[in-house]
Design a protein around this ligand. Structure first.
Ligand SMILES: CCCCCCCCCCCCCCCCCCCCCCCC(=O)SCCNC(=O)CCNC(=O)[C@H](O)C(C)(C)COP(=O)(O)OP(=O)(O)OC[C@H]1O[C@@H](n2cnc3c(N)ncnc32)[C@H](O)[C@@H]1OP(=O)(O)O
Ligand SMILES: NC(=O)C1=CN([C@@H]2O[C@H](COP(=O)(O)OP(=O)(O)OC[C@H]3O[C@@H](n4cnc5c(N)ncnc54)[C@H](OP(=O)(O)O)[C@@H]3O)[C@@H](O)[C@H]2O)C=CC1
Length: 515
């Protein structure tokens, strides 16, 4: 019997960010392994015209929850969606709901955050810092609370090269920033933001670092742990391989590469691609929840959920495998054949951007114009290049994350728990994982049918022929122009033609002699 699964039985669990990528996989695993848990409270806001109930309904009826419904048929009754907006005072939670949360919650998983790299400082601080502080304050009023698990990111200290499982101080006190945002106006905030974030690459990682400091400062006598995942990718094993449902991180770039939009990337091929499957992160979260509640470590422990130091894979290996998978399982209606060119050189990267990205987009837009349609490819390409440039910082560097606490926890688990809540990334086979990942992007994110693969392959063959035709035509045109204008080109041409003629004459003469 799994001790961790048994621990969550009968518990009331509060999850923030349950509608997000990590949150959904966390709920799924909790229901599947501990169907006798009492209730999962989720803090949700209405979004995109959907009510809370509609959002929950959509999640529970998704492919991700198919297995859960077999194990826990009354899952609908065990989710309690509470209206909340984490950017508001008291999260805009009603008095009755707040009362219930305060008196019943046993475990908190705090996943909600804004993960946009380019968010405004005000909004990112509200979500990633102030909301964390507010939740800790709520936690301190929960008499039944056993553990508070805060999800941060391995990149919260990406201004360092070697990162230990400790909370690093930030140059400016989070409280000072929270206070000053109250009276500064938006224009001034945006002006001071670059000075505040110093050597952090974006507002997201900076505010996540502030969030950790807040956790340390406001921990009081709570049992708290921090988990720092690196780049969270599709599921490895559970509930099935390759599940993914948003375009964050590598996902959008994998699509852009598969559709042939993105054919070159400013990336350091040898840099470590520190991906971690989402189910591995969730297994660690549940193990940490159990360990923190049962063993009550004296201080706040930080756990790295990273792959680099245990089972490293680099961007080159990843790119090659992504492309190999697209050979077997192409995406539908590609713009060009998938191709990868990783370069860490600025000049070469600019060159490839011009030749492989902007030029084809302009040519295609001209074609659309000529055929009476609205041009759109340049806009799409600019968006992709903007996204790629935002991610550049992370694909051109390697970090070393120590994993002592994560490994210590692994050794504390019973063999059964090590199996059910496996977070040992050393067992991951990258080639298999990446293939399933790409397949998952196609199936679950793009919702493409596998029956369309032969047609997609045909389409790629047509694109290859167009590519060859285009290149041959371009070569002939350029050559013709050169010959017309340059004596040197004419001499070269004459030399090549006479060489070929002599070679053919010799070949013919020698074959006649043999006869
Ligand atoms: C040679 C080529 C490739 C070779 C093939 C092989 C591929 C090999 C693997 C792929 C390489 C992988 C590189 C991966 C790099 C990953 C680095 C991740 C770093 C993580 C660090 C920290 C991790 C975390 O802690 S949190 C999670 C990370 N957060 C994010 O990922 C959010 C990032 N996104 C943003 O901040 C914004 O979306 C932004 C700034 C990039 C764009 O903002 P903007 O306002 O301009 O646009 P949006 O409204 O958001 O979207 C507009 C439009 O763009 C589409 N889009 C959004 N994100 C992506 C994306 N990641 N990739 C592609 N497209 C994206 C979005 O769908 C919209 O499209 P519409 O059609 O207009 O709706
Ligand atoms: N994905 C990754 O690669 C990594 C993620 N992390 C961390 O993991 C955690 C989860 O990330 P992930 O699941 O990928 O992110 P998502 O963007 O998928 O999910 C974010 C969640 O936060 C919720 N949220 C955002 N703003 C509010 C608000 N004002 N009120 C209520 N809820 C809000 C979202 O709700 P809604 O659905 O309504 O928008 C959503 O449920 C974050 O803390 C992130 O920093 C760390 C490392 C890597």
């Amino acid at each position: 019997m799994s001790m961790i699964a048994a621990f969550y039985g009968g518990k009331s669990i509060l999850i923030t960010g349950a509608t997000g990528f990590l949150g959904k996989v966390l709920m799924e695993k909790l229901f599947r392994t501990s169907p006798d848990l009492k209730v999962i409270y989720i803090l949700v806001r209405p979004k995109a015209g959907q009510t809370l109930q509609q959002r929950v309904f959509q999640i529970l009826n998704s492919k991700l929850f198919e297995k859960v419904k077999e194990v826990c048929p009354n899952v609908h009754e065990k989710i309690r969606a509470i209206y909340a907006d984490l950017s508001q005072n008291d999260f805009a939670i009603s008095k009755e709901d707040m009362q219930e949360l305060l008196s019943c919650t046993n475990i908190i998983f705090h996943c909600a955050a804004t993960v946009r790299f380019d968010d405004t400082l005000r909004h990112a601080v509200q979500l990633n810092v102030t909301a964390t502080r507010q939740l800790l304050l709520m936690a301190s009023q929960m008499p039944k609370l056993e553990a508070f698990i805060h999800i941060s990111t391995a990149y919260s200290n990406c201004n360092l090269k070697h990162i230990d499982e400790v909370i690093y101080p930030c140059p400016v006190e989070p409280k000072k920033i929270i206070d000053s945002l109250e009276w500064l106006d938006d224009a001034i905030i945006e002006e001071i933001a670059p000075k505040l974030i110093r050597d952090w690459p974006n507002i997201y990682t900076y505010t996540k670092a502030l969030g950790e400091m807040v956790v340390q400062q406001e921990s009081r006598n709570l049992n708290i742990a921090i988990i720092r995942p690196s780049i969270v990718g599709a599921t490895w094993q559970e509930p099935f391989p390759g599940w993914v449902d948003n375009i964050n991180g590598p996902n959008g770039l994998i699509i852009a590469a598969g559709k042939g939009f993105l054919r070159a990337l400013k990336a350091t091929p040898k840099a470590v691609a520190d991906l971690i499957p989402v189910d591995t992160v969730v297994n660690l979260m549940l193990a940490v929840g159990w360990y923190t509640a049962v063993h009550r470590p004296k201080s706040t422990l930080v756990y790295h959920s990273t792959s680099g130091n245990l089972n490293p894979c680099n961007w080159h290996k990843m790119g090659v495998q992504v492309l190999a998978t697209f050979e077997k399982i192409p995406l539908e209606r590609a713009f060009r054949r998938p191709y990868a060119n990783f370069t860490s050189n600025n000049f070469t990267s600019q060159y490839w951007n011009a030749v492989s990205h902007r030029a084809p987009a302009i040519i295609y837009d001209c074609y659309l114009r000529l055929t009476g349609r609205k041009p759109r490819m340049t806009k799409v390409m600019n968006q992709i290049l903007r996204t790629a440039s935002m991610l550049e910082y992370f694909i051109n560097r390697s970090w070393e994350w120590s994993t002592y606490n994560t490994e210590m926890l692994m050794s504390e688990l019973s063999p059964e728990d090590q199996r059910v809540f496996n977070f040992d990334v050393r067992q991951l086979n990258w080639l298999e994982y990446i293939e399933n990942y790409v397949l998952g992007v196609k199936k679950y994110l793009l919702k493409e049918d596998m029956a369309g693969i032969p047609e997609a392959k045909q389409h790629l063959k047509r694109l290859r022929n167009i590519h060859y035709l285009f290149n041959t035509a371009l070569f002939l045109i350029v050559w013709r122009l050169l010959i017309a204008r340059s004596q040197m080109a004419r001499n070269v041409w004459f030399f090549i033609v006479s060489f070929c003629y002599k070679f053919l004459s010799y070949f013919r003469a020698s074959s006649t002699l043999k006869v």
